[in-house]
Design a protein around this ligand. Structure first.
Ligand SMILES: [Zn+2]
Length: 234
């Protein structure tokens, strides 16, 4: 037949299991969300980069058609050259043609730069897409593991929560109240402390003779003066 203190220790074990399961169950959705959010943000960044590249491609096409327009202007001017009467008119039109040529050369330089940018951006994009695909595979795997862990822990918790009232029901009311009162105040979820070499293992206080006497006589409710825990002899 288990003593009351043994039953209390079983209850404390059960409470610690429940506490740890609940804590982990609260962490899992937060972890999953954090990982999913990170991936979502990276995907959004890729879409934003795509938009930038498209914009550069539009500028490139505009530049190219501007060059074609200027080339047309040059052809027109060259045709007009034959019809000119004076040297002055001829020189003026020639300088206009030179102006067009200069503009074309500037535009072509700009177009080359844009082309380089677009090619580079597309290459980076492709690499990034590959990386994200790989990351997505890894993420799905991690999320699956977390989901599995969650359902396992949930099952363990409901088992333990069924067990707890059986354990607590076997403890006299007065002791159960004392136990639960202490438990609430203890961050480490330990309401009981063993006594070893006359020292409370909960707070390392040397216990007074009176307290030790009570324990040796088998009294049920013996508290540590240092940490208020329920004491038992180890
Ligand atoms: Zn103590």
């Amino acid at each position: 037949m288990a003593t009351t203190i043994e039953r209390l220790r079983d209850l404390q074990n059960s409470d610690r299991i429940i506490y740890r399961l609940k804590k982990r169950l609260a962490e899992i959705p937060v972890e999953s969300e954090k990982l999913s959010d990170k991936f979502k943000k990276e995907t959004e960044e890729l879409v934003a980069k795509d938009k930038e590249v498209k914009k550069e491609e539009v500028t490139l096409r505009e530049t190219e058609s501007e060059v074609i327009g200027l080339e047309e202007e040059i052809k027109k001017a060259q045709r007009n050259l034959m019809n000119l009467k004076t040297n002055r008119e001829y020189a003026a039109l020639m300088s206009e043609i030179d102006g067009f040529k200069k503009k074309i050369s500037n535009l072509e330089e700009h177009a080359l730069l844009l082309m380089d940018n677009v090619v580079r951006a597309k290459k980076i994009r492709k690499e990034e897409e590959k990386r994200l695909e790989k990351e997505k595979g890894g993420l799905d795997e991690v999320l699956k593991v977390l989901a599995r862990e969650e359902s396992e822990k949930q099952a363990e918790l409901s088992e333990e929560e069924k067990r707890r009232p059986v354990l607590s029901g076997a403890i006299p009311g007065e002791m159960l109240i004392a136990y639960e009162r202490i438990l609430k105040a203890k961050a480490n979820r330990k309401a009981l402390a063993g006594v070893k070499d006359n020292i409370c293992t909960g707070c390392q206080t040397r216990l007074p003779t009176g307290t030790l006497d009570k324990l040796h006589k088998g009294a049920d409710l013996v508290f540590c003066e240092g940490c208020n825990r329920l004491l038992y002899l180890e």
